[in-house]
Design a protein around this ligand. Structure first.
Ligand SMILES: *[C@@H]1O[C@H](CO)[C@@H](O)[C@H](O)[C@H]1NC(C)=O
Ligand SMILES: *[C@@H]1O[C@H](CO)[C@@H](O)[C@H](O)[C@H]1NC(C)=O
Length: 268
């Protein structure tokens, strides 16, 4: 192909993508345009995912890099609105999670991975703070307000074959909470391990190491403590990664037996 032919094609495709109302389902809505977001030269307090959806104009936001995006503060999101977070592609299979105008305090901070991250709101405007710095996002602290905390822990190239899936994350709480977790996806190649531990004041109260011979049960696991660590190791082999969903609540919490100085999760 000659260069001018290529240019013509790119121009045509750009025009087509920008102007085509894609025939997605009503739940997915239509995206007329994608805006790229790159906060490299933006002061951190001004880095926001600014997506909107109106009948006459709607825009989803894309970031592309090998960094992790951390969403951490909702500045604007209607009570009846939902921000959908996609990794890699904009379709149901690549939907990581949704953040609603009523539950965002329970679902943030959120780590969004994959090279391409897509943020789309179903109605009006959403403005959500984004950073690549986990400390700034307060990532790894279990929020103890509201009805608990829900999060998704997963590998960088979750669901794609990749050598870059090794992941170690730890979440701590200032009070004892009930950690309910469920291994939603676990790909194994050779001696891949997924190690999950729950601690109470530094003492391990639950320890599971999942391997090809010890697959996680689908009903999930629960333990009461103040820290959870999740580590996925592939020992240099390519896998499609893993995903663990966990919820922290006070419901069904076992009473700690002895010498527990901390207070239980206050929202019984
Ligand atoms: C989320 O938390 C912030 C800060 O505590 C509060 O101002 C806001 O009203 C909360 N939002 C919802 C939907 O509960
Ligand atoms: C896993 O397998 C790799 C090579 O196949 C080996 O080098 C490594 O020591 C093994 N690790 C464990 C924890 O078994």
């Amino acid at each position: 192909m000659y260069f001018w032919e290529w240019m013509l094609m790119v121009t045509y495709l750009t025009f087509t993508i920008r102007n085509t109302v894609m025939p997605l389902s009503a739940a997915d809505g239509n995206v007329q345009r994608f805006d790229g977001l790159d906060c490299t030269d933006t002061p951190p307090e001004y880095c926001n995912v600014y997506a909107y959806s109106y009948q006459y104009d709607n825009r989803a936001v894309i970031t592309a890099s090998r960094n992790i995006d951390y969403l951490y503060n909702v500045r604007r999101l209607g009570e009846d609105a939902t921000l959908s977070v996609y990794e890699g592609q904009i379709n149901k299979d690549h939907l990581l999670t949704t953040i609603s105008g009523t539950n965002y305090n329970e679902t943030l901070p959120l780590a969004v991975k994959n090279t391409v991250k897509i943020y789309k709101v179903d109605t009006r405007i959403s403005q959500v703070s984004l950073t690549n710095d986990p400390k700034r996002a307060g990532y790894g602290k279990v929020a103890v307000t509201g009805t608990g905390m829900k999060t998704v822990v997963h590998s960088f190239d979750y669901r794609q074959l990749s050598l870059e899936q090794d992941t170690s994350e730890t979440f701590t709480a200032d009070v004892f909470v009930n950690f309910n977790f469920n291994v939603f996806y676990f790909d194994v190649n050779g001696n891949t391990t997924l190690d999950i531990k729950v601690y109470q004041d530094g003492i391990v109260v639950l320890s599971e190491t999942f391997t090809k011979d010890h697959k996680p049960r689908s009903s999930g696991y629960t333990a009461f403590g103040d820290k959870i660590s999740i580590s996925y190791q592939t020992y240099g082999r390519a896998t499609k990664g893993f995903r663990v969903d966990f919820v922290c609540t006070s419901k069904d919490a076992l009473q700690p037996t002895t010498g527990i100085a901390k207070t239980a999760f206050p929202n019984n």
